[in-house]
Write a protein that binds this ligand. Structure first.
Ligand SMILES: Nc1ncnc2c1ncn2[C@@H]1O[C@H](COP(=O)(O)OP(=O)(O)OP(=O)(O)O)[C@@H](O)[C@H]1O
Ligand SMILES: [Mg+2]
Length: 390
């Protein structure tokens, strides 16, 4: 059985974040809101189904762009394209209005000389100017939501776009036509990666804080239990406690939980046995759910595995990863010895290992040189592995 997947709405969370953006709470997000949560935990779903509608309800204009939507396209173009798309919608509305207001708006839009059929900003037009015009024609606070924002750091033009957004924020919120014209929301699946936008003084959003995006909670688990149980016989029901336990095991990822539930209801037995199946290992959740990590890991050389494990440990301990530090070599060598391999960590071979890890998209390097895990979920998986081996 595989029920269609209804969305669980997180209205209270959306309302709270909107209040934060409005400056009604203690938190100050006027320089930008940075939300981080691991992969597949529901960030994009929340932004599109809850946060954007809540911004609209508040009378704001949300503009959403996912930098991962098309990896072939430069993030700079994607961001400019999303703003262009929003402008073009006002362009066509303004054209339909014969009234004076319509003409004024068209004139305003014309100052951009933007060809709305193309996703690029015309040469010489800054994002700041485009966002300013957008704010003026819509007459609302513009909330630019950049999903997977860390991808902007992969290219020089992406980094420049981030600086341009910062300039736009400063221009619009201080000197612009009204004091409160633009809010920026950035999300990312790696806290380490997002940190590259805010941690150093040379980075565009230096000084902003990264907020952990709340993972789906017990309320989601209860919602999902209801969805599944409604389709099962009265005598064959999942218990919310077992579901909660399973959801925790899979790092609070809805798809992985659904995969487990499908496995149970398709063949492994009664829904009420879910907890037992998980606890006794009959339901081989690790094999099914973590299999991507496992096969990626098994394809690596001992040195690459050791480097990845050390990175994972740093993530779990919230420490920075310094690839060529003496301590890193020591830790890598210790892992190599444990694996019965030659303990030969050195700058050139750790560098080579990192290059391979990057090619395999397990590790990521900011254009300014810092390394981070592509998906922090792998750090959890590595920790579990280690515990099992002890
Ligand atoms: N509130 C929700 N209700 C029901 N299902 C959800 C909810 N949030 C997420 N999901 C499901 O979880 C999966 C991952 O969601 P989503 O793509 O939003 O996560 P993400 O964190 O943006 O992932 P990625 O890191 O790949 O960008 C999807 O299959 C989605 O349908
Ligand atoms: Mg996403």
């Amino acid at each position: 059985m595989s029920p269609t997947r209804p969305i669980f709405h997180r209205k209270a969370l959306a309302e709270a974040l909107v209040r934060d953006l409005a400056g009604e709470s203690f938190a100050d997000y006027s320089s930008g809101m940075f939300l981080a949560a691991p992969r597949r935990t529901g960030k994009s779903t929340f932004l599109r189904s809850d946060l954007a509608p809540e911004c609209e309800a508040r009378g704001w204009l949300p503009v959403y762009v996912d930098l991962w939507e098309n990896r072939e396209v430069d993030p700079a173009e994607l961001i400019a394209g999303a703003i262009g798309q929003a402008l073009s919608e006002f362009d066509s509305v303004a054209r339909k209005t014969a009234k004076k207001a319509g003409v004024e708006k068209i004139n305003l839009l014309r100052t951009l000389s933007w060809d709305f059929s193309k996703p690029q900003l015309p040469a010489g037009t800054s994002l700041s100017k485009a966002l300013d015009v957008l704010h003026q024609v819509c007459g609302k606070l513009v909330v630019l939501i950049v999903d997977e924002a860390q991808h902007a750091l992969n290219s020089e033009s992406g980094v420049n776009t981030m600086f341009a957004l910062k300039a736009a924020r400063d221009h619009l919120n201080r000197g612009g036509s009204s004091p409160d014209a633009l809010r920026l929301v950035f999300t990312g699946s790696s806290r380490d990666k997002l940190a590259n936008l805010v941690l150093k003084s040379k980075q565009p959003f230096y000084g902003a804080h990264i907020t952990p995006f709340p993972l789906l909670g017990r309320d989601f688990v209860e919602f999902l239990t209801g969805v599944w149980n409604a389709r099962l016989a009265d005598t064959n029901q999942f218990s919310a406690d077992d579901m909660e336990y399973a959801f925790g095991l899979v790092g609070r990822r809805p798809e992985m939980l659904n995969a487990l539930l499908t496995e149970v209801s398709v063949g492994l037995g009664e829904a009420s046995n879910l907890g037992d199946l998980l606890r006794t290992g009959v339901l081989n959740h690790q094999a099914g759910v973590w299999s991507d990590y496992e096969s990626a890991y098994n394809d690596l050389s001992p040195l690459q595995q050791a480097v990845l494990e050390v990175m994972g440990e740093r993530v779990m301990r919230k420490q920075p990863f310094t690839p060529f530090a003496e301590q890193t070599f020591k830790d890598v060598n210790r892992k190599l010895e444990l694996a019965g391999a030659e303990a030969n960590a050195s700058t050139p071979n750790v560098q080579k290992a990192l290059d391979v890890l990057r090619e395999k998209e397990l590790v990521w390097k900011a254009s300014r040189g810092e390394y981070a895990l592509e998906d922090s979920g792998i750090a959890e998986w590595l920790t579990r592995q280690e515990k099992r081996e002890q």
